[in-house]
Design a protein around this ligand. Sequence first.
Ligand SMILES: [Fe+2]
Length: 173
Amino acid sequence: MAKKAEPNKAKKAPAPSPQALDIGIPADKLAAITDGLSRLLADTYTLYLKTHNYHWNVTGPQFNTLHTMFETQYTELALAVDEIAERIRALGAWAPGSYSEFARLSTVKEASGIPSAEQMVADLAADQASVVRTARSVFPAADEARDEPTADLLTQRMQSHEKTAWMLRAMIA
Ligand SMILES: [Fe+2]
């Protein structure tokens, strides 16, 4: 009896291997960098959402100033998440992109309830500083691997968050 041809078993596409990149960065170093960038992405996305939330819900005599200021900030963060996620992909890893992953990875905590305008500014100043610390913690891995594009991205992110943190602190000084 003729053997039936094996149906072509659908195979899952393998995850791209970091080694296959061959860009001069060993796999273990790539993993350290992309893990760090994933934490930075989670922080940045959570801060984006929180800043947008405050843009919607801020009240009080400073409404117009803060509503506009928060819009400038969340717009900058929205552009940054795309840059960070695409850097992770360029380094061969998958970018996290769900609320559950972001909640697990983020050092920035979600807003609970509706804080006062002054509390919103204080919260965001602290959160901006928290993202700076995360970005700084990834820097040594990028530096050791001579991953200049990631180091450049981290430098830009630290500079932006440090400046925004200063502006927020100045609002309530
Ligand atoms: Fe708006």
